[in-house]
Ligand binder design. Structure first.
Ligand SMILES: NC(=O)c1ccc[n+]([C@@H]2O[C@H](COP(=O)([O-])OP(=O)(O)OC[C@H]3O[C@@H](n4cnc5c(N)ncnc54)[C@H](O)[C@@H]3O)[C@@H](O)[C@H]2O)c1
Length: 347
């Protein structure tokens, strides 16, 4: 711990997302952002301009091994997550890793075990789990407001930002998979995926995933870097109510529809077969407005200082990587349904 009992945080990766972490941690009173690392000197110069008191380095091991660092945040491309997080845990740092936790299941399992054996916090930045909208959806599902969920349909589409080392599934679907696992309270049992690489060879830029959850529940996730419109939508259809979540909407992100359809309890002849439709009110639940990343950073601190249980910890990050790996297998097999194996305690 640094002077005044502050947690000294180092951020590795100051590209697109890293500066958001630096800004949020800088605003927390229990934190001192002590170091920012990036191999790109121009990014370090930019950070120095914004935060003149922060030290910078082009060697990430100054963060993972530094004696004056308590916790690190990894905001580098996914292929670096495992190596950086592991080095930090081996040097007894608390670790917050950007989504997805790692690029394969074996690496994620190792990090979960390492964090546990070293008694360190491992948090995955599943940003949407910290949004008021997603927490409201979870609350409504837990309270039974939507009833039994029949299916969920999600779209996360935009033009760009293309990644060089991962396809659109590994880039965008972690958000939707973590939202589903969090709101439904289950991980899927199987997954299938189809996709196409249109612009870069072998890097799929459009994909469709189907997730099979316990019971009859099914979820569809469409992800694309090749769409003219920015879309961030999810529709949850339950037997009592239906809900549409539109994250692009600035204020009214959630709309709850008191709509439904019921089949006849019994029917013997075609003449008796009547569906009854219900068209009720549509309402918009009130939501707090706060930046989800601020909540995520505060939660990381709560886990470090006050032993809070990580909401999106290593096991939750591992579950998401299991689904991504299953989807990748399915993609390579032309959309075959792939079972997802879990081990005790990692869901
Ligand atoms: N939670 C979210 O909503 C969200 C949003 C965007 C990105 N992300 C995640 O953040 C991570 C970074 O994504 P990005 O879009 O900022 O990528 P980016 O390419 O814009 O930035 C990555 C930075 O890491 C640096 N870097 C690469 N290798 C390094 C190394 N060995 N040592 C030190 N620095 C190194 C690069 O120079 C670059 O500045 C990814 O894991 C991504 O999935 C999360």
């Amino acid at each position: 711990m640094g002077g005044h009992g502050k947690v000294r945080v180092a951020v590795i990766g100051a590209g697109y997302w890293g500066p958001n972490l630096i800004r949020n941690f800088s605003q927390l009173k229990d934190v001192e952002v002590s170091l920012v690392c990036d191999v790109d000197r121009s990014r370090l110069d930019h950070i120095r301009d914004l935060y003149p008191h922060v030290s910078v380095s082009d060697n990430y091991q100054e963060a993972t091994r530094g004696t004056d660092v308590d916790a690190i945040c990894v905001a580098t491309p996914v292929r670096w997550h495992y190596e950086m997080a592991k080095d930090a845990l081996l040097h007894d740092k608390h670790v917050m890793v950007e989504k997805p936790l790692t690029s394969d299941v074996g690496q994620a399992e190792e990090l979960v075990q390492l964090a546990e054996s070293r008694g360190r916090v491992l948090l995955v930045d599943h940003t949407f789990e910290y949004t008021p909208a997603v927490n409201k959806i979870r609350e409504m599902i837990v309270n039974g407001d939507l009833g039994e969920i029949y299916y969920v349909s999600m779209s996360r589409l935009n033009l760009g930002l293309f990644q060089k080392d991962i396809n659109v599934i590994w880039d965008l679907a972690p958000h939707d998979i973590s939202i589903l696992n969090f709101t439904l309270g289950h991980s899927p049992e199987a997954v299938s995926a189809n996709g196409n690489a249109n612009i870069l060879p072998d890097i799929e830029d459009v994909a469709m995933l189907t997730l099979y959850y316990p019971g009859n529940l099914i979820a569809y996730i469409q992800v694309s870097w090749l769409d003219p419109r920015k879309t961030r939508q999810a529709t949850f259809v339950g037997n009592r109510k239906m809900l549409v979540y539109d994250d692009v909407e600035p204020l009214e992100k959630l709309k709850v529809y008191d709509k439904g359809v019921e089949g006849p309890k019994h029917y013997d002849t075609f003449g008796e077969f009547q569906l009854s439709y219900r068209y009720g009110d549509i309402y918009t639940p009130f939501l707090d407005s706060h930046e989800p990343l601020t909540m995520g950073c505060k939660h990381f601190l709560d886990c470090i200082l006050r032993d809070a249980l990580p909401k999106s910890g290593g096991p939750e990050g591992l579950s998401v990587v299991r689904v991504l790996e299953g989807a990748q297998r399915s993609l390579k097999k032309g959309g075959a349904k792939e079972a997802i194996e879990y081990k005790r305690g990692d869901q």
